[in-house]
Design a protein around this ligand. Structure first.
Ligand code: DAH
Length: 339
């Protein structure tokens, strides 16, 4: 039997297979496999081609190609009509509104942290992350807050056992970082902190801070002021006014708190600024040499500044949120507003 006979036999077989397909006695994948598969009938024809006379080869080759094309065209057009049929059987009502998907949103605290990181990263600060469970040493002692120091009362601590605790501030990550790295240092350390406080509109048992630390030679208080002024103008707008007030933190000397001028345009401005127009947003100061001593830095050679920002406060101001608990309730209606 010649290869030309084979071709016509395959053609007629294909036709009868299509009839079977119509009667649903065979499915189209099986047909495709039978004819067009790697070891299918058509591929087999190609392997027979080598035994054909050279003079006839072009003609026979063309016929096989045509057969292959016809079969795949037919199968493709069948699968298209079948898809339309399936849609029809779903009986769709095209006048109904579509299904909407909720793409989710980014938590306001995450948005604020990201914005602050961007601002400081532009001037060379890199991000580090400390751990939320830490020891008394890193959270207090190494930061010049010995046992029974009155400053411990400033922060009501969740102790886990005699020496482990939930960190009360991100300042603890300063110490870890300095233990493992040499100056110069320019870092930002965002994260959660915990304090055993009564839950109310204004306070929660956990919140977020961002710690900044800069250590180098000849760092001055005006470097600190310049950096924080740059931050305030980037974050709150170019006309933002700031002021520094002397304060006390055991790990900085001298220490200060920074206020931004919020204005007194509405009743709520009066309330949140206690009638002064000014709002405190961070604590800062020159790193106390005692802290450098606990990480074995040469205090004659190095000095630096540190600052700590409360994120919730800033988020509440920026978005006009009047209850801190909204930030932790996971209410989709509230969170969905922050795209
Ligand atoms: N750790 C302080 C707190 O939680 C905030 C702070 C104040 C951090 C002054 C600093 C700083 O780095 O210099 O209240």
């Amino acid at each position: 039997m010649s290869i030309i006979d084979d071709i016509s036999k395959i053609k007629s077989n294909f036709k009868s297979d299509l009839d079977l397909l119509n009667l649903k006695k065979i499915n189209s994948d099986d047909i495709k496999y039978k004819y067009l598969g790697r070891k299918g009938l058509v591929s087999n024809l190609y392997s027979l081609l080598s035994s054909v006379d050279n003079a006839e080869k072009p003609l026979v080759g063309k016929k096989i190609n045509q057969l292959k094309l016809d079969i795949s065209d037919k199968l493709n057009s069948l699968s298209k009509t079948r898809k339309l049929d399936t849609n029809k059987s779903l009986d769709l009502d095209y006048s109904l509104p579509g299904i909407s998907y909720n793409p989710g949103s980014i938590h306001p605290l995450t948005l604020i942290i990201q914005e602050i990181k961007d601002i400081f990263n532009k001037i060379g600060f890199s991000n580090i992350y400390g751990s939320e469970v830490d020891t008394d040493y890193y959270n207090f002692e190494a930061l010049n807050i010995p046992k029974h120091h009155p400053a411990r009362d400033m922060q009501d601590t969740f102790y886990l056992n005699n020496h482990s605790l939930l960190r009360t501030h991100t300042s603890s990550s300063q110490v870890h970082f300095m233990e493992n790295n040499n100056p110069p240092i320019r870092i930002l350390s965002p994260g959660r902190v915990y304090r055993n406080e009564d839950i109310s509109v204004r306070s929660y048992c956990l919140f977020h801070q961002i710690e900044g630390l800069y250590v180098d030679k000849n760092v001055s208080f005006s470097d600190l002021k310049g950096t924080l002024e740059y931050f305030a103008k980037q974050f709150f707008g170019p006309k933002t006014k700031i002021r520094f007030r002397p304060s006390y933190f055991p790990f900085t000397e001298p220490s200060a708190e920074m206020d931004v001028y919020w204005g007194l345009n509405s009743d709520s401005d009066y309330r949140i600024t206690k009638g002064t127009g000014w709002l405190e947003i961070l604590g800062c100061g020159m790193v106390n040499p005692q802290v450098f001593k606990s990480v074995d830095y040469d205090v004659k050679k190095w000095n630096g500044y540190a600052f700590g920002l409360g994120i919730e406060r800033i988020a509440m101001l920026k978005y006009g949120i009047d209850d801190i608990r909204l930030l932790y309730d996971g209410n989709i209606n509230f969170l969905g507003q922050f795209k």
